[in-house]
Design a protein around this ligand. Structure first.
Ligand code: NAD
Length: 258
């Protein structure tokens, strides 16, 4: 199948679907200006004080090196001024039209809610809520992203360590149950910008395929699901592909796919 045929197939699947689940990853946010992990130039391409990002973003690292952990968030994951891209807005629009029933995201940048999506499962949590791990006192995200804000709780007698409400690398993903329930209600999975290498999220397409449901994947690099039966994978930039698939523009536009 060439790219044109994949586009036609994806368009048809989306038109015929009643309840779509969107599954998004860091690749959906690159067009908003946030680097992903595994693309060329992504966060994995450089160490931080000799540590790789998975180590820095682990619960044990946060407990043992809170200052360095926060330095990493402030320098590498500072999303204070980032706005949702056009693709985020298209997804929110599809939800308003009643076509998208659930958005499951691995992203911790909260761009889905910022774009207006409502029924969202932020499976890895959000950076935009910060709290003390001991007394629960909340701290504004914008303050926490400033260089010299203390990382220990300022409540008298507390001294807990402030953390963002994200799932760290050696922690459980508590919302997987909710994803499984939402998936039962959906008849099509639209995957946007994830390498599908991080579990348990990488298992979600399998859930759909096992129930005989179709999966569309738009991702620049090929994913492990590319050749699976029931999968239509388009290896292109999301901004271009999504507009062509959802738009009324002609199919010949696929020539512009990058
Ligand atoms: P990943 O880096 O493993 O994969 C991203 C994929 O997106 C790549 O395969 C790449 O080819 C593709 N991609 C990048 N830009 C694209 C574009 N414009 N159009 C189409 N495809 C594009 O990321 P992941 O699979 O989401 O998993 C990494 C983990 O990192 C997640 O758990 C996530 O929580 C975390 N993370 C989140 C953010 C964020 O919140 N924005 C940023 C970096 C990492």
């Amino acid at each position: 199948m060439n790219k044109d045929k994949y586009i036609v197939k994806a368009r048809e699947l989306i038109r015929n679907a009643k309840n779509i689940m969107v599954l998004s990853g860091a690749g959906l946010s690159t067009e908003a200006g946030i680097p992903d992990f595994r693309s060329k130039g992504g966060l994995y391409s450089h160490d931080f004080h000799g540590y790789n990002p998975e180590t820095v973003l682990s619960h044990s690292f946060y407990l043992n090196n809170p200052e360095l952990f926060w330095e990493y968030l402030r320098t590498e994951l500072n999303y204070t001024d980032i706005k949702p891209s056009e693709s985020y807005k298209l997804i929110a629009e599809l939800e308003k039209e009643g076509r998208v029933k659930a958005v499951v995201t691995q992203n911790i940048d909260s761009l889905h809610p910022d774009a207006g999506s409502k029924n969202i499962i932020e499976i890895h949590g959000t950076l935009k809520k910060c709290f003390c791990d001991t007394c629960g006192k909340e701290y504004p995200y914008k303050d926490m992203m400033k260089k010299d804000t203390p990382v220990y709780c300022t409540e008298e007698g507390c001294r807990g360590i402030i953390r963002p409400a994200v799932v760290l690398y050696d922690e459980d993903v508590p919302l997987m149950k909710d994803v499984i329930i939402a998936a039962e209600e959906c008849d099509l999975l639209l995957v946007l910008g994830t390498s599908l290498l991080v579990y348990p999220v990488a298992y979600i397409p399998q859930l759909f395929l096992e129930s005989g449901k179709e999966v569309i994947i738009i991702n620049r690099d090929e994913t492990p699901y590319a050749m699976a039966k029931g999968v239509t994978e388009i290896n292109s930039s999301i901004g271009t592909a999504l507009k062509i698939i959802l738009d009324t523009e002609g199919i010949s536009d696929t020539e512009e796919l990058d």
